[in-house]
Every structure is written in structure tokens, then in C-alpha cells.
Design a protein around this ligand. Sequence first.
Ligand code: SER
Length: 876
Amino acid sequence: MDSNEIRERFLAYFEERGHQRLPSSSLVPNDPTLLLTNAGMNQFKPYFLGEQSPPSARAITVQKCFRTTDIDEVGKTSRHLTFFEMLGNFSFGDYYKSAAAAWAWELVTEGYGLDPDRLWVTVFETDQEARDIWQDEVGVRPERVIDRGRKDNFWSMGVAGPCGPCSEIFVDLGEAFGASSDQGPAGNEDRYLEIWNLVFMQNQCNAAIEPVEELPRKNIDTGAGVERLAMVLQGAASIYETDTLGGMVARAAELVEKSYGSDPRVDRGLRIMADHGRSLSFLIADGVLPSNEGRGYVLRRIMRRAVRQARLLGRESPTLVHLVDQTVDLMGKAYPELLERRDFLVEVATWEEERFSATLRQGLTLLDQEIGATRSGGGKALPGSVAFKLHDTFGFPIDITMEIASEAGLDVDAAEFESLMSEQRERARAARTTDIDSSVTDVAEPILAEHGGTEFLGYEHLATSARVIAILKGGLAAVVAGEGDTAEIVLDRTVFYAEGGGQVGDRGLIQSASGSAEVIDTHRILPGLTGHRVTVNAGEIRVGDEVEGAVDPDWREGSQKAHTATHIVHWILRDRLGEHAKQAGSLVEPGRLRFDFNHFEALNDDQVADISSELQHRVFSDDGVRAYETSYEYARSIGAMAIFGEKYGDFVRVVEVGEYSKELCGGTHVPHTSRIGVSVITAEGSVGANLRRVEALVGRDGLGHLERRAAALEKIAGALKSTPDEAYERLEKLLETHRDMERRIGEIERKDAEREAVTLLENAVDVGGARLVVARRDLDVDGLRSLAQALRSKLDSGVVVLGRAGEGKANLVVAVTKDLVERGISAKDVLAPGSSLLGGGGGGKPDLAISGGPNADRIDEALEASARLARSALTG
Ligand code: SER
């Protein structure tokens, strides 16, 4: 029974029993507490917690899962995987233990045809109800129902969330897998393989994984691994010999030209390549890109581990791309995202492998040396600083270093490594933190507590009256800011936008009856409290004053144009490059924007031009821009983009552009895209690993940019005596003429050298049966070299020594014919005495050597010194 059949039987069985088939969720979970999707129930957490209602009370899925905890086990055992497929049936407050147990048993025995005599069931030790159901309702023999404790039979996500006692079904794999036990799986986990976990989801756990509360309803969450079912149903000796993974192993074996099943070390490598090849394909297809943090780092680790195994098994050429291809071939039908993104997967795999290959050898050399040094010093552990350097400079994931060290019988000082890593993170964090000053917090918190913060009216208005609730000078509370002072004014309400979401703070004017202050920046002192940085240019402003605050409308409009353009750029990038091209940072200023996004390679000129033109196209189509507040849940359900790592409250603001772009955003925008006027991408570049940046100019600045470009082109056209439209062709022609002339000059020079050579040859002298040419010609170095070569080619057997001198610099060239080189006469040796008289250095090969030095006045002496050496070499 192949894997497709295994999936289909499961789904069909439960569909007949009223379950709705739902798609697998992405491996990138919609849950900030989880790094990667690790179970079928992840996407249903809000249903179990009662936060959202499910589309149907019964559901089934085939879920893509990734378990980082098992990375190190992969390869060593025959049943561990990082990526796997989990079949699951779910009840959201509908059926409970009885039905779940009965159906699981029926499907396993009748649907999949497993002999009940081979099956064992475990229950949580205090769950008498479950034991009764298995024995009395399902009819399992009492000695086949085993009690187990919390570690084995109480399931949680590993983080706070829904949890509950569980029951597992095990299959006896038979004698080949070890001794039998009357405790079944509790006695021997190798021989008895878990194939299905039924979780009775009834509790909520805290972060310490303690059940603290009952869930609003009792639920069922089950999970059965496709790969393990395949192993049992296909009678395979391991999951690596089943249809899908077997195909991966076979491809890996082909690539390294080794066979599976004869050498345990080879098998281990092949299993790692097979599993990792498959999981990296799925991760990339779900938008993860290799990086040094979070899930990107998990991906990088497995990619690099797979590459290293291939190298260890003797394969030097690109490997990952073939593993990706094999994954797509084997699994693309069941997971169309693989087929759709095949090219992308191949590109990312190739790119990462190239990067790693480049440093692998250097890193391994360093590691070898360090291992040698540690061992000869009698040490047992490799210093953490070495692991850190390998990580930092050579991109060695720590587990690769540990793996290699352990092959040499060494540990790694993981504590030191961790502390160096956290120091580095601390440095990075410190570098990021701007000017949040704790002393300001001390002053600002009481203001917030007393006045309840600043109300923002700036989405609708550009001016408002307000009251000054505080003034800060040099970080301290003040009562007045006088003429010439710089200070921070806090108002009870404001129209000034405080810097945030990439958009810079507003500028403008705050005026009272007694003074006027220019606002040069606006920022958030604390969440909810806005600070206006001002310079008082007349009179004074006091706490308690009634003021009029007005934003500079040009400044604001400039920011709005750039901000709306930023959303459009974000949308275009994802549309053109793929969903991974997410925002990683942005800067929105009047007239310009900078947008950082995840992508693994440079955009080419055509791509940039396409993005720029699409951007302008969206401006021309005059799409409406709409902003509204809604619940976070609703915003996510309509697919609004949130920025990873940003915290959002229950209520969020959504900004929509046309029908296409939806983002969570607190910024200010133009009401219609046509208000942007002109928008043009002006630059594209790299800002870090897998991080690209585009820059754009909008509005008047965009137009200015285009005008400057046009003027520059006019100037070029003028100089070329052409028109802008024809300038490029004209330039091409000119360049061609230029190349042609260079070629002709070269020819003339060569002919001159030839002629010159003929003259010089006439003056050549015989020395020891060979010819010696010594001459001074004040050509340039290239000319001198050509002349020496021309002379040598005309000599059957001989040595040429030429010199030139110019302003403060002289050169010598020595050329030797092949027969003499074979006799042991080297141009470098002949050159040496002359070269040292010139006070310089030089080098070359035995048949041609050149040197240069500052002693131009000694050129003749130098020529003579080298000639002397040549003569004695020829006669000696
Ligand atoms: N959530 C349980 C597991 O992952 C059952 O699906 O094992």
C-alpha cells in the first residue's frame, strides 16, 4: 500500500463519518509561540481554546510537520525524521473518547488490515475511562492495554496551550526488532512502534506544561504518521525503506555512488541526505529562507548538514538541487506547492550550497587543526570559542561542529559557545536600540498615569487645539520652554504623527497666545504618549497653555505618498518574486522610501524596471486607499500582512490599497494612489544575508529624479552629436570604432617591435653557441615586453635582455628560449643582478621575467650586470 493510498483511506474513512477535509497549514505557523508547525492540531489551537469557532465540528487533515527536536537523531536511527506527514481527525467539542477509539481501531484493523494480535494500546495511568473504553467497548484484551505516565501519555504542544491525556496504538514489528515484552511498548520501544496518538484534549497548560484549567469543551486531536504506517504496511525494515523516503535514499545513494544497506556509516549519511533533502524542500516551499536566526537557521542547519554528508561520502558536485528535484518528483502531486515553486526551490538550494561549499573546506581545515590541538593537549572538549568562530565566520551550524568533534571523540564546550552567542546577540541588540532612555521613562510614566496619554487626531485633521500637559528639557520635566530652547512638548491631543511603522514623525508648528515653537520631529515617548521635539522661535510655551498645533501639510503629504507607495512596492515584490519577499524593514520619508525585504539574490535590471513600471501603473490606475480598525483575528482572516516580530493589540488598523494590498498599519496614507503622482525605483542592493533593499522616489522628488536623468541624457546626446533616442546606438558605434582603433594601434606597435627586433638581431652576439641580445630601448613596459617576446620568437636559441628608463623609474625584461630554459637557464636568475641595481623587485617565469625600480640612472649598469650573468650562464 503506497503513501497515497494510506492518505486516501484515512481521509475517505473519516469523510464517511462526517469530517470535513481541510488543507494542511503552512510549516510556518500562524502562532508566534511556535517556530515551526509540529502537529496537526497547531492550526486548530484557537478552536480548542474556544477563541474562534471551527468551520465544522469534525475535521481531518494531512498535515506537514517539522520537529526540530529530532534533528540530531536523524540518520542515527531508522525511524526519526525532521519532516513528516501527520494524518489527523479532530473533534471540536463533538465526539469524544469512545468514538475516537472505536474508529481508530476499526480503521487500523479493517481499513488497513492489521492483525489485532499485533496491536497494543497505552492509556494515561489515571485515565480509567479510556481503559474501560478500550477493553469493554472496543474489545481489546486487558493485558494489551498498558498504563503509562505523564512523560508518555500526556500530550502538549511543548509550549503553553491546549493539552490532555492520550492513548497510543502500537504495532508489534516482530522478532527482527528485538525481544518481546509482556509490557509491550513499555518494555521495548524498538520492537513496538507507535503508529497513532489519540489526544483527549480537555485541558489548558501553562508555560511549564502544567494543566491549569479545563478547556471550554472536550475535544479530540489524533495524529498518525504516514511514514510509520507505510513502514508497517509495506513490511519495510525502516521508514527509510518505504515508498517515498526509499525514493529519497535511492537518489542520495546514486548521487554519492554508494549503496544503501552495506555500511552503517554510509547508511547514516544517506538517511540524513534523504530526510533533510525532503524537509528543506518543504520549508523553502513554505517561504522559509536560510538565515542565521529562527526558522531560517533551522533550514540552514539541515541544508548544510545534508551537504556535508554528501561531501563526506565523496561527492563534490552540487547535491541539494538533486534532492530537491527528487522531492518534487515524489511528492509534488500530493503537495502542489512543490511543483509550483520548483524553480524557486532549486535556486535557493543552489545558492545556499554554493555559499556553504565556499567556506566548508577552510572551516574544516581550522576545525581539524583545533581538534588536533585539543587532543594533543589532552583536552576532552573543543573550546566554545572555536565553535563560535566556525559559526560566525564559516557558517558552521553548531551541530555540524559537534558532530565532527564527536567523530573525533571530543565534546564541545557548549556553555562557552552559548555565552559567546548571547554576547553577540546582546551587541546586536544594543546596536539596534535607539535612544530609549530609562530616565525619560521615569519622567514620562507619571505623565501618562496622570493624563492618560495623547489622543491622536491626525488621520482626519491637520490642525487642532490642544493643551500642553508636560514639557521635557534634557530629559527632565520643566514648566516652561523659552525662546531658543529645544524641548519636548507633550499635548493632550495632537495631529502630529509620531514616528512609527517606518514612517518618520511629522513636522509643523505649535503656537500659543504667548509663543510659537517649530516642531522638528515627533516621536512616541512611551506607547500612547507623543513627544513633539521643538525649538521655540518666539516667546514661550508653558505647561497648561492652550495651543494650536498644525502639521506642515507638504511634509505630511510627502510622507503619505511615500507610505502608500511602500505598500504597493511590498505587494508588487510578493507578487513578482513570491510570498517569501516579505517586508523586513522600511523607511518612509517625504518624497522617498526605502524598503528591505527577504530575497536571496539580486534583482536584475529587467526585474527592477518591471517593478518600477508596475508601481507607476498602480498610481495611474487611481486605486482607492481605505483604512479601518478591526479585530486582529478578522484582519488575519482576510490575509492582511503583519510584520513579523511586531506586537499587535486585539484591535488593529488595516490599510487596503485597491483590491490587492492589505496590511496592518498605523501610518498615514494618500486617499487615492494617483495622488502619489510619480513614483520610480531608483536603487536595488543587498543589506545582509538574504536581505535586499529597494529605494524609490515619489511625487516631486520622483519627477526631479526623472528630469535629472533626462537632462543627463540630453547632455550625453549633445556630446555625441545625436538625439536622446539615438544616443545609445551612436555610442555603441563610437565604442566599436574605439576598439577598432585600439586594435590597429596594437598591430602597428607589434610591427614596429618586429622591425626593431630585426635590427637588434643583427647586433646579437654569439655566446657559447647561443645568441645574446642586450639593448636599451625607452619604450613603455608593455612595448618592452612585446619587443622581448618578438626577439625570442626569432631566435632558435638565445637570451634577450632589454631595459628602459623614464622619469624616476626603470625596467628590465629578460626572455629566454625554450631550449635554454630546459638547460636550466632561468630568466628570473638573469634578471636578478640587474633588478637589484634598479632598487626594485620583480618576478616572472623561467622564460620571461620583468622587474622595475626607481634607480633610472643606473639602467645601463643594470643591463650590463644581467648581460654578464647571461654570458656566464651560456658559457658555463
Ligand atoms: N497532537 C498529537 C501529536 O502530535 C496528536 O495529533 O502527536
